[in-house]
Design a protein around this ligand. Structure first.
Ligand code: KIV
Length: 539
């Protein structure tokens, strides 16, 4: 069945790797984007917007690699964003070539405010460009999505006219963006109803929405649109994205699952139909959310719906009493539905390699032999310090190893810190540089972490400013692993890093080096890019 005829459920269009990556500091490299794309495929999303191919050589490569490795037959549709410009559409088409199912998502602004101040074009010019570029995109792929940017602030009659022309030119999905997160749910419903009543050819396409969260209404707006006949929603894991972010995939999906009897009639089903309203495997939500948080360095607020650390925690005595007597008194869904592992104590220092490998596999980490060895050594080190290792500890260890694998660059050899109330905090650090030199330095600081960061900075010699430092405990208890997340700024760009250890000063050192390695790799790519440009100019 073609996706265009699957209107009896909601198509999940994930834009974590495009709009999500536009969150300040969430920059991902190609390997990280691939890791997330593989996980999104396991999660069961229908469409992965893998990037904006024309934006940079890195973006192009990421879209291409995802098209090659994740866009296999039976897998998700791989999509690239493209402005309604020939060069953008060509880059998208080229990068998407290896995918079994590909989509070009082209867009142009339609609101008067954007036309006047940003595009400096008249309505008739925009109409002509949209028509021509959709037809151009269609010359490369069958599946073309069109977004009239700032649709919710576009004059209605003009919006209807643009959509009619876009569909006639070949668009197969029409996406309505609330670009600045201005709509309320009732207005969103009216907007969709107006489009369905006034665009004569609208029933030939899938209608979609892209809701931004500036007023905290993104999920509510997406759900309101579904009630009015929208059958694709654009969303991101953990709701990350430009400014206040996008509608969160996990919120939309769980709302459709938990409130299925409410939504069923909008799909022409009986209230008690059991058929799922999306293709998402909800048990993969927690894992996907943690992976995205770790690789982007965007921490999840504890009270975040569905995936926040407190989402299934009950503090008040009255609530706890109710839960013990009958779970549904205070819980509308089970933690297991999103794949949240119970904090089970699974392993200890006497556990063998096989038990370790088996449990990691059960948790969804299929490490290759080399990574498994590194992770197992790490596990033994942690198990020496911490008697009982839970699933959450195992996840932190596995994720650290995955991050280290993608972050080749500087490696920490040794961290030693002296601190206390009658001594100057002093850190001695030994690192191995990317070209194999072993360097050591010692520095004093205002505290142990400051001393460590100053010593590392002196050795690495890449100017940067630390803008965020946070520590989270992976489990309860005094011997818990601590996860440190740092964000640093270099010129206008932000880079993040994360690491876990029972010693938070050691975790802090590794997290800092992970962030520096991202910065280092970014500078390497920039250097390579300018060498190529220079060669082209002089040649
Ligand atoms: O916010 C927006 O309008 C977008 C479009 C490209 C869908 O991101």
């Amino acid at each position: 069945m073609s996706i265009a005829s699957q209107t009896e459920r909601v198509i999940i269009f994930d834009t974590t790797l495009r709009d999500g990556e536009q969150s300040p500091g969430a920059t991902l490299n190609v390997e990280e984007k691939l890791a997330i794309a593989h996980q999104l495929a396991l999660l069961g999303v229908d469409v992965i917007e893998a990037g904006f191919a024309v934006a940079s050589p890195g973006d192009f490569q990421a879209v291409k690699s995802i098209a090659e490795q994740v866009g296999i037959s039976g897998g998700p549709i791989i999509c690239s964003l493209a402005r309604a410009i020939r060069q953008d559409i060509q880059a998208a088409a080229e990068a998407l070539k290896p995918a079994a199912h590909s989509r070009i998502h082209t867009m142009i602004s339609t609101s008067d405010i954007h036309l006047k101040y940003q595009l400096k074009k008249s309505r008739s010019e925009v109409l002509a460009i949209a028509e021509e570029m959709i037809a151009y995109a269609k010359s490369f792929v069958d599946d073309v999505e069109f977004s009239p940017m700032d649709a919710s602030r576009t004059e209605r009659e003009f919006l209807y006219q643009v959509l009619k022309v876009a569909i006639a030119a070949g668009a197969t999905t029409i996406n309505i963006p609330d670009t600045v997160g201005y709509c309320t749910p009732k207005e969103m419903g009216n907007l969709i109803q107006g489009i369905r009543e006034n665009v004569p050819n609208i029933e030939q396409v899938i209608l979609s929405v892209h809701t931004q969260n500036d007023l905290g209404l993104a999920t509510a707006n997406a759900l309101a649109a579904i009630e009015y006949g929208v059958r694709q929603v654009e969303c991101t894991i953990n709701g990350i994205g430009e400014r206040a972010g996008n509608a969160a995939l996990e919120e939309i999906v769980m709302a459709l699952q938990v409130r299925k009897p409410f939504f069923n009639p909008y799909f022409g089903r009986s209230v008690d139909s059991e058929t799922p309203l999306t293709n998402i495997k909800t048990q993969e939500i927690y894992k996907t959310s943690s992976l995205v948080s770790q690789l982007t360095g965007m921490l999840i607020q504890p009270n975040k719906a569905i995936v926040g650390a407190n989402a299934f925690a009950h503090e008040s005595g009255i609530h706890q009493d109710g839960i013990i007597k009958h779970r549904e008194t205070y819980e509308i869904m089970e933690a297991a539905a999103i794949g949240l592992p119970e904090n089970r104590i699974v392993l200890g220092k006497h556990s063998g390699r096989n038990a370790f490998r088996t449990r990691l596999k059960e948790l969804g980490f299929d490490l290759n032999e080399a990574d498994l060895n590194k992770a197992f050594n790490r596990f033994k080190e942690v198990a020496d310090k911490k008697k009982e290792i839970s699933d959450w500890d195992l996840e932190a260890i596995a994720r650290d190893e995955m991050q280290i694998q993608v972050e080749s660059g500087f490696q920490i050899e040794h961290v030693q810190v002296i601190c206390g109330d009658c001594t100057c905090p002093t850190a001695t650090i030994t690192i191995v540089t990317p070209d194999g030199k072993i360097l050591t330095d010692a520095t004093i600081g205002t505290g142990p972490v400051d001393a460590v960061y100053q010593a590392i900075s002196k050795l690495v010699q890449i100017p940067n400013q630390l803008i965020e430092f946070s520590v989270q405990s992976v489990t309860e208890g005094i011997d818990a692993l601590g996860t440190v997340t740092v964000r640093l700024r270099h010129q206008e760009r932000i880079f993040s890093g994360q690491a876990s250890d029972t010693d938070i000063v050691v975790a802090a050192a590794y997290a800092y080096v992970n962030a520096l390695n991202r910065l280092y790799r970014y500078l390497q790519t920039q250097r390579l890019h300018s060498q190529v440009t220079d060669a082209v100019i002089s040649g």
